[in-house]
Design a protein around this ligand. Structure first.
Ligand SMILES: [Zn+2]
Ligand SMILES: [Zn+2]
Length: 678
C-alpha cells in the first residue's frame, strides 16, 4: 500500500519479492526466500506478544484485534517513536496504538488537519507559499505567504468550506522518502522559498514528503491514515507571525484552526471557549477593578488596585494565621541580594543570563540582583547561628516577591509575569523528620485549596530515574528515605497521586498539586520540594545527638505557589464570584430613594462593627437599575432599604444570581453571613 517505507533496505526487498515466494533470486537466494516468510514479534503495552508477517502496519494489527479499534487508531508508537499507522513494520517491535485519547493521537490529528487546510489554501489561492504548520495545545496553525492578497477573518469560512469539500475525497496521507535533490527540484519548480530554506537544514536520506489529494508537503510526519477521520472543522483566527520567529524576516499570515473526530466535540469546545472568554481573568480583573498593568511601570509587573489588594491581603492573612498555628516563623528579607549570593546558590547560573541583569552601584565591581528566589536569603537566616538537632525542624516563612524576566511574548495577565509573590517557606529538618513535615505541608495545602473552593485536585509525585542515579546529588539512602516519605505521607492523608519517574529535580524529589477548575482545566498550583543541594552549597549544619555535624534537609513549599497566578486561576474558577470571606464587597445597601440614605448608613455601621464589608449605592437611580448594576458587579448580597425596612429595623435581602430572600433584621442577616463565612 505504501509506496515507500522508513526502512528502505528491508522493505524494498520485501516489496519486490512479496508475491514471488517460490522464485529464487540467484544472488540472494536463501535470504530472500526467508524474508518472504519472516514473522516478527509485536509486543503490546500490557506485555502480550503476537506474531505478524513482516511489513504489517499498526492499522493491520488493530484490525486483527477488532474493527472498532482499527476505526479509532490515528497513529502508533513503534519502539517509542510515533509513526503513521499505515507504515510497514519490518522488525520485532513494541507497539502502542494511539487514538484521540492520547496526546500524540491528537497532535497527529491536528497536524494532518493543517495539511488539509494547506490543500484548501492551495486550491483557493494557487500562489500561496507555505512555511510551517505544526499542531499546538488545542488545534493547529499554518504560516503562509499569500503575496499581495491578504487573508482576513472574513476569508476563513470560505477556506473552511473548501476543506469540507476536500474531505469528501477521503484522501490517504501518503508518505514518500525523497532525495534532497528531488525535494529541492520539486520546491524550486513550485517556487516556494520557505520550503527550500527548510530543506537547506535537512540531511539527504532523511527527507520525506507527504501527499494527500493534490497537496504535497515537506514533512517528517506522522499523519493520519486518511482525511476521513476529520469530521468537524473550525478555523479560529488569523494573525501575523515572523518567518522563523525572526522579526527581521518576512511577516507571514498565520491561520489557526481546530478539528475534531465528532461534530459534538466541536460544539462542546466552542461552548467551552465562550465560557472561558467570559471568565478570562484579564477581562474580569479589569471589570472588577482588582489589578492593572501600566506600560510606564513595565509589562508583566502587576499593580494591585484597592479591591484586589484587599482580596489578596485576606488570602495572605488567612495563610499567615494558619502558619503561625503550625510553628512557622515569619521573616522578611530584601528584594535584592549580592550577585555572589546567587552564584553560591546556583541561581545566577540558572537565571543570570536570561533574566534581569545585575544592578550596579557607584562602587566599582559591586553588583546586586533582583531576587529570583527567596531560598538563598532563608539559608542565610538558618546559618546565622549554630543549631542542634533539638532546634529542628525550623520553619521560615515569607511572602517573598521575586523577579524573573519573561519574554514579552510569554507574558499573560497574572499567569505569566515578571514579578510575583510566593507564599514561600523553607523547612530545615533531619532526614527522619521528612515524613512528618510532608504530612504537615500536605495538610496545610489541602486546607488552603478547600478554603478557596477547589475540591478537585490530585498530586503528581516526581521521583528519580532509577536507571540514572548518577544524575542526582545526595546519597542513595537519603533519596530512598525522602521518596518513601512522600509516598507514605500522601497515602496517610488519602491524596490521589500519580508517580512519575525521572521527573525529580537533580537536587530532590517533589510533589505538585494539580488542581481542576470549574471548566475542567488542570493547573499546577502549590508545590512541595525536597532539596539536598542548597544545604550543601550553603554548608548548612546541625549538631546531631551523636555530637557530630550533619546537613539538614531543606523543603521548599508554597501552597498558593504564586499569589498572582493563583488569584488568576481563582478568578477564572469562580468567574469572579469569590467565596464570601474573600469578596471585596460582601454586600451592597440599596436605598429605594434618598429618603433612606441615613438608615442605610446606620445599617452599614452596624455591619462594619461585626467585621462585614460593604457599600451604599447612593445614586439617584431607580431600585431596578441599582439591582441590575449590583448583580453585574457580582456582589454576593444586596440589602434593599425603604420605608418598611426603616420602621421595622430590617433589610430586604437579595442573593446574587438567586433573587429575593425575604426581610430580616440586620442582626439576623449578619448572624447568617458570619455562619456562612466560618
Ligand atoms: Zn506533516
Ligand atoms: Zn525555595
Amino acid at each position: 500500500m505504501q509506496p515507500f517505507s522508513g526502512d528502505p533496505v528491508n522493505f524494498s526487498i520485501i516489496q519486490t519479492y512479496r508475491f514471488q515466494a517460490s522464485e529464487i533470486c540467484p544472488s540472494f537466494a536463501g535470504c530472500l526466500i526467508n524474508l518472504e516468510f519472516i514473522m516478527i514479534h509485536i509486543t503490546f503495552p500490557d506485555g502480550n506478544v503476537r506474531e505478524y508477517e513482516a511489513g504489517v502496519t499498526a492499522l493491520d494489527i488493530a484490525r486483527s484485534i477488532s474493527e472498532g479499534l482499527a476505526r479509532n487508531v490515528l497513529t502508533a508508537k513503534i519502539n517509542g517513536e510515533v509513526w503513521d499507522a499505515t507504515r510497514p513494520i519490518n522488525l520485532d517491535s513494541n507497539l502502542e496504538l494511539l487514538t484521540w485519547n492520547d496526546p500524540e493521537g491528537k497532535a497527529t490529528f491536528w497536524h494532518s488537519s493543517a495539511h488539509l487546510m494547506a490543500e484548501a489554501l492551495e486550491a483557493l489561492y494557487p500562489e500561496t507559499k507555505f512555511g510551517i504548520g505544526p499542531p499546538i495545545d488545542m488545534g493547529f496553525y499554518y504560516d503562509i505567504d499569500t503575496g499581495d492578497r491578504q487573508i482576513t477573518l472574513e476569508d476563513l469560512s470560505l477556506i473552511e468550506a473548501k476543506m469540507k469539500v476536500l474531505l469528501e475525497a477521503k484522501s490517504e496521507y501518503q508518505r514518500r522518502e525523497v532525495s534532497k535533490k528531488e525535494a529541492i527540484s520539486y520546491f524550486n519548480e513550485k517556487q516556494d522559498p520557505y520550503k527550500l530554506e527548510l530543506l537547506n537544514d535537512l540531511k539527504d536520506g532523511s527527507i520525506t514528503f507527504y501527499q494527500q489529494g493534490n497537496f504535497v508537503d515537506l514533512c517528517r510526519g506522522p499523519h493520519l491514515p486518511d482525511t476521513s477521520k476529520i469530521k468537524a472543522i473550525k478555523l479560529t483566527n488569523v494573525a501575523g507571525a515572523y518567518w522563523r520567529g525572526d522579526e527581521k524576516r518576512k511577516m507571514m499570515t498565520r491561520i489557526y484552526g481546530i478539528t475534531f473526530p465528532k461534530q459534538k466535540d466541536l460544539t462542546e469546545y466552542l461552548e467551552f471557549v465562550e465560557e472561558a472568554k467570559k471568565r478570562d481573568h484579564r477581562k474580569l480583573g479589569t471589570e472588577l477593578e482588582l489589578f492593572m498593568f501600566s506600560e510606564r511601570v513595565g509589562a508583566g509587573l502587576p499593580i494591585w488596585l484597592p479591591k484586589g489588594a484587599a482580596l489578596r491581603s485576606r488570602m495572605e492573612e488567612f495563610l499567615k494565621n494558619e502558619q503561625l498555628k503550625r510553628g512557622y516563623a515569619p521573616v522578611i528579607t530584601p528584594h535584592i541580594g549580592k550577585k555572589e549570593l546567587y552564584v553560591t546558590s546556583g541561581h545566577y547560573e540558572k537565571y543570570g543570563k536570561d533574566s534581569f541583569q545585575p544592578i550596579n552601584t557607584p562602587r566599582e565591581g559591586e553588583e546586586f540582583l533582583l531576587k529570583p528566589m527567596n531560598c538563598p536569603h532563608h539559608c542565610e537566616i538558618y546559618s546565622h547561628k549554630p543549631h542542634s538537632y533539638r532546634d529542628l525542624p525550623i520553619r521560615i516563612a515569607e511572602f517573598g516577591t521575586v523577579y524573573r524576566y519573561e519574554q514579552s511574548g510569554e507574558l499573560h495577565g497574572l499567569s505569566r509575569v515578571r514579578g510575583f509573590t510566593q507564599d514561600d517557606a523553607h523547612i530545615f529538618c533531619t532526614p527522619d523528620q521528612l515524613k512528618d513535615e510532608f504530612l504537615g505541608v500536605l495538610d496545610l495545602t489541602k486546607l488552603v485549596l478547600n478554603k478557596l473552593g477547589f475540591d478537585n485536585y490530585t498530586a503528581q509525585i516526581s521521583l528519580r530515574d532509577p536507571e540514572n542515579k548518577e544524575k542526582y546529588i545526595g546519597s542513595d539512602e537519603n533519596w530512598e528515605k525522602a521518596e518513601q516519605a512522600i509516598i507514605d505521607a500522601t497515602k496517610d492523608v488519602g491524596l490521589e497521586t500519580v508517580v512519575v519517574l525521572g521527573e525529580a529535580a537533580f537536587y530532590g524529589p517533589k510533589l505538585d498539586f494539580m488542581v481542576k477548575d470549574a471548566l475542567g482545566r488542570s493547573w499546577q498550583l502549590g508545590t512541595i520540594q525536597v532539596d539536598y543541594n542548597l544545604p550543601e552549597r550553603f554548608e548548612l549544619e546541625y549538631i546531631g545527638s551523636d555530637n557530630a555535624s550533619h546537613r539538614p534537609v531543606m523543603i521548599h513549599r508554597a501552597p498558593f505557589g504564586s499569589m498572582e497566578r493563583f488569584i488568576g486561576v481563582l478568578i477564572e474558577h469562580t468567574a469572579g464570584k469569590f467565596p464570601l470571606w474573600l469578596s471585596p464587597e460582601q454586600y451592597a445597601i440599596l436605598p429605594i430613594s434618598d429618603l433612606y440614605l441615613d438608615y442605610a448608613a446606620i445599617v452599614q455601621e452596624e455591619l462594619a462593627a461585626l467585621g462585614l464589608r460593604g457599600t451604599i449605592d447612593s445614586r439617584t437611580e431607580s431600585i431596578g437599575r441599582k439591582i441590575r448594576d449590583t448583580e453585574l458587579r457580582k456582589v454576593p448580597y444586596m440589602l434593599i432599604v425603604g420605608e418598611k425596612e426603616q420602621t421595622t429595623a430590617q433589610v430586604s435581602v437579595r442573593r446574587q444570581g438567586e433573587g429575593d430572600k425575604g426581610n430580616m433584621t440586620v442582626k439576623e442577616w449578619a448572624d447568617q453571613i458570619l455562619a456562612e463565612i466560618k
